[in-house]
Design a protein around this ligand. Structure first.
Ligand SMILES: [Zn+2]
Ligand SMILES: [Zn+2]
Length: 961
């Protein structure tokens, strides 16, 4: 009976993977893997960044998740104790918006009508549904984790730990309520923080822009002012100019306009104009003008109370609002309530403001016919009025990148609102400075990550943490007193219970979410009056940033804890917690995370421990379709994870991910997948198939060989040294968190194995060959196990008859001796010479089977005799001369060489005929042939090779004797 199970030469990888998966889970392999190192004293702390549990996985998720599985597997084989915990991000706008879509809700009034408690339940259900789909998909990817113990950011532990954090922020004096003009989504009716405004959320949009004509009071001159956001015109308070810039008064069709000198040609292109006057901007400061909406009650009220500072020309502050002349007129429309810069400039100059829009971007009361109209959706209303009243110089289309809500893609507006912030610059050192210090302690891969994070930290404003008008999210633990304005921050569940004066009964046994949390009332710590929780929920990045505090807990069965408490170790056993913190490793897609997850992790760990939260981060770029475009469902190049798993299998996907330089954008598609499978998986499979087939037919098994005695055959020696070298390189690169170069050394080794070792060993079916190849394949399965867990387990279990490669130990490399290195480098030179030799043969049209006498070569001498013999055999030449001035083959075919070629040719024909008539390996034969070698040596050679006893002239014919 054969020792090895026979192998399908045409493997169906996806099918084999599905069967293996079933075995892993039903036969307890995963469980054994998770508990393998639970008593180890070596810790490897990987922290999973939570995946948004809101939709099924796409193939881009599988990229990061391959890394998230690769390193824990590697460390598990090395004997490290781990948590093996996966996480789900559960709270926030992303879930709300999907539930709203499901229910057909248009705005927040629909949610209120439906009932907040019911709505929150639906959000929870959605998260539950998709987290379980994502779990199954992750398993299908071959990801081993403690799936029953995944963490959810909606958990009480997570929410209360953020409360603890916010309380410490408050104790440091960094939490405050600020009033500002902020980006605002009119559909979600909530503020969009600077963190959430990612480059990819800006969209190409075409808006109507208007050149406005503002008549200067008591004069026949006008200001020419440009804006791309007509809806903000009723909020206009001032026109800003640059004091140092040249402005001109230009006359067009008898009307005079002020604008920047450098802008006039562009603005008046095609018109006849003449310059009447030229002054510095400073001379225009203080002029008053009139606007188109001055008669509206809301506007005239502000004008009346602030006549000195209303509709006035002001000088800008370059640091707040720099003025350029490449667009517009160099005179800038300043709507204090409707722009970040406008608001800042207004604050510095003490300008009043006109609040114009409600939360849904409809005009407020006091704007006559505008009131109730949506400002963003109907720019024409404003433009019509401007034209009708003679305030429009010209209106033209303007294409620009305009920010949209990251969740619902609605274009944003700017709105003045009270929000809660964490101050970045108060105290010494400030939070900003401390965070920068901790950021520098992190090992950023790729290196540019450090600069990107520091750039963000240098430029970001205070952290806006509140989300108004939303329901499903962290309940900010701030209780505000309406009598005296004081606010108290609650640090946890016990404190909440202790300080509540009413409403606790509505909360007891429930999670700290809306609406029940809002029932809890307290006494103001300052004046003793009743205080209520503030209305907003929290920024979702608080949820993900706290996880290294909230998820390291005694619940983690894989980590080997056996503590009765289920609370986070950070609060119950800090010494044990410190063994896991700072976490050793995280990995996420770079775009976006500098402002979000990396930022919030660093912020929270800086506040709580003043430490870097993680030691190493491996970032990776963006996945694109095979056509180089972003993946979009509507473009037909997006691929769902399940589809890819069914079609190409997980190992092929995983190998595509690890063979990708993480710093570069990745192209993903089925053509590349096919190529990958052909170039790697099938090559490996063919080697494995070759070995098993011949070992079985020769009844070879590891037990039948003396596996500890290494072959002295030079090729065997060489391949084992190459294997050892590969073990070292893969290990070193994995220790450096480098997926690309670690998988790269395996790729090269498999090529060497296939194209050189197996190829040069085709004729050898001896014990040395089998035991060497066996050792190579077993070690290679272990080396590859973290990268492609399916194929390697199939190979390993068949070869070794052990339970699983995933319960095996990581191979250890030996130091290379000088002799080893010599052999490697000589073999390398041989392979170079072989290439030269083959190409010379090709140039001269002489096939390899024709022996030649000599090759002259520029390379230095090959000193190891056996290595040189490989070279001579491969090129079929008699001798080689080194150190020559040029590479050259001796092309002379002597009668002897001709006879040798003919003899070999004849041998090949006889062997083929033997096969045809079905002789056994040791059957003797009789041959008739039209040609018989004259040379005695050749004749003997032919007879021995073919087991031929009788050789006669005649037509080619072979018969058994
Ligand atoms: Zn929105
Ligand atoms: Zn009070």
């Amino acid at each position: 009976m054969s020792y090895f199970d026979s192998i399908d030469p045409k493997p169906d990888f996806p099918k084999m993977e599905r069967e293996l998966l079933e075995h892993w889970y039903s036969d307890g392999i995963v469980d054994k893997y998770l508990k393998k190192n639970k008593d180890s004293e070596k810790y490897f702390s990987f922290q999973d960044g939570p995946i948004t549990a809101n939709n099924p996985m796409g193939v881009h998720h599988a990229w990061g998740r391959t890394y998230k599985d690769l390193w824990p597997r590697f460390k598990s084989m090395q004997g490290f104790r781990q948590r093996h915990q996966n996480g789900f991000d559960c709270q926030g706008l992303w879930v709300e918006v999907e539930v709203e879509k499901e229910q057909g809700f248009k705005n927040k009034k629909d949610i209120e009508k439906f009932g907040v408690a019911k709505f929150v339940e639906l959000c929870k259900e959605r998260v539950k549904k998709y987290s379980s789909i994502q779990t199954e998909q992750s398993k299908r990817l071959g990801y081993f984790a403690d799936w029953d113990n995944s963490y959810y950011t909606l958990s009480d532990d997570n929410n209360y730990m953020i409360w603890h954090f916010l309380k410490v922020v408050h104790e440091n004096g960094w939490l405050y309520k600020g009033n500002d003009s902020v980006p605002w989504c009119p559909r979600c009716e909530t503020a969009i923080s600077q963190h959430e405004m990612l480059t990819e959320d800006y969209k190409e949009a075409v808006h109507e822009s208007i050149y406005m004509k503002f008549p200067i009071v008591d004069s026949d001159e006008n200001l020419l002012v440009w804006t791309t956001t007509p809806w903000t015109i009723p909020a206009n308070i001032a026109v800003a100019v640059d004091k140092k810039l040249d402005y001109v008064l230009a006359e067009v069709d008898g009307t005079k306009y002020w604008l920047a000198d450098e802008a006039k040609e562009r603005v008046f292109a095609g018109l006849d104009f003449k310059v009447v006057k030229k002054v510095k901007g400073s001379e225009l400061v203080g002029l008053h003008y009139t606007g188109a909406f001055d008669n509206l009650p809301a506007v005239s009220e502000v004008a009346k109370e602030n006549s000195e500072k209303f509709h006035i020309v002001v000088a800008t502050n370059d640091l707040i609002m720099p003025i350029t002349t490449t667009e517009g007129t160099g005179m800038v429309h300043t709507a204090v309530s409707a722009g970040t810069e406008d608001f800042k400039l207004g604050k510095e100059l003490g300008l009043p403001m006109i609040l114009v829009i409600n939360d849904d971007a409809s005009y407020m009361e006091g704007f006559d016919e505008l009131s109730g109209q949506n400002a963003k959706w109907h720019p024409r209303i404003i433009l019509d009025i401007m034209e009708a009243k003679g305030f429009a110089f010209k209106i033209e289309k303007y294409a620009h990148r305009y920010p949209a809500c990251w969740r619902c893609k609605t274009e944003l507006v700017w709105k003045v609102t009270d929000e809660w912030y964490i101050a970045m610059d108060s105290g010494k050192p400030s939070l900003r400075e401390r965070m920068k210090g901790n950021t520098k302690k992190i090992n950023w891969i790729p290196e540019f990550g450090l600069k990107r994070e520091l750039d963000w930290l240098n430029n970001m404003h205070d952290w806006l943490i509140s989300k108004k008008n939303r329901y499903w999210g962290l309940a900010l633990p701030i209780w505000e007193c309406t009598s005296c304005g004081n606010f108290d921050v609650i640090g946890g569940k016990e404190e909440l219970k202790e300080k509540s004066v009413s409403g606790w009964d509505k909360m007891d046994g429930k999670s700290p979410h809306k609406p029940q949390i809002d029932e809890v009332k307290m006494k103001c710590s300052k004046c003793g009056e009743l205080s209520s929780r503030i209305e907003p929920v929290g920024n979702p990045w608080l949820d993900a940033g706290i996880v290294q505090y909230s998820t390291i807990s005694s619940n983690n069965k894989a980590s080997g804890f056996n503590v009765s408490s289920t609370k986070p170790l950070y609060l119950t056993d800090k010494k044990e917690w410190e063994k896991w913190f700072p976490v050793d490793f995280i990995t996420e897609s770079f775009p976006g995370q500098f402002k979000n997850w990396f930022y919030s992790m660093i912020a929270m760990s800086t506040v709580l421990e003043n430490k870097n939260p993680f030691k190493t981060v491996l970032g990776f770029a963006t996945q694109l379709g095979e056509d180089g475009r972003a993946m979009h469902k509507s473009w037909g190049n997006a691929i769902e994870f399940n589809e890819a798993a069914d079609k190409i299998g997980s190992d092929v996907m995983r190998w595509m991910f690890v063979r990708q330089d993480p710093a570069q954008n990745m192209l993903f598609g089925y053509k590349i997948a096919d190529e990958t499978r052909r170039q790697f998986h099938l090559k490996l499979w063919n080697i494995y198939n070759f070995f098993v087939t011949y070992a079985n037919s020769d009844s070879w098994s590891p037990a039948s060989s003396q596996a500890t005695v290494h072959s002295s055959q030079i090729l065997d020696k060489w391949v084992l040294i190459r294997l050892n070298e590969t073990v070292k390189s893969v290990t070193d690169n994995l220790e450096k968190f480098d997926p690309y170069n670690s998988s790269g050394s395996i790729d090269v080794f498999v090529d060497d194995l296939s194209l050189w070792y197996i190829r040069r060993s085709r004729d050898r079916k001896d014990n040395n060959f089998y035991s060497t190849t066996y050792e190579v394949l077993v070690t290679l399965s272990k080396l590859l196990a973290p990268f492609i867990p399916f194929l390697t387990d199939i190979m390993y279990t068949n070869l070794t008859k052990e339970e699983s490669v995933h319960l095996a130990s990581w191979p250890v490399s030996n130091p290379l001796s000088n002799q080893d290195s010599n052999l490697l480098s000589e073999m390398q030179i041989v392979r170079e010479i072989v290439e030269i030799g083959h190409s010379l043969r090709k140039e001269n049209n002489i096939p390899v089977r024709q022996p030649l006498r000599e090759l002259r070569i520029k390379n230095e001498e090959i000193k190891i005799r056996e290595v040189e013999q490989i070279l001579l055999d491969e090129l079929n030449i008699k001798s080689i001369k080194y150190g020559q001035t040029e590479n050259k083959l001796n092309l002379e075919i002597t009668p002897e060489l001709k006879e040798e070629a003919d003899t070999r040719d004849l041998i090949r024909k006889i062997q083929a005929a033997r096969k045809e008539i079905g002789t056994a390996l040791n059957d003797r034969i009789k041959v008739t042939t039209p040609w018989i070698p004259i040379d005695k040596k050749m004749l003997e050679f032919l007879k021995t090779k073919t087991l031929c006893d009788v050789l006669e002239l005649g037509e080619l014919n072979v018969t058994k004797i």
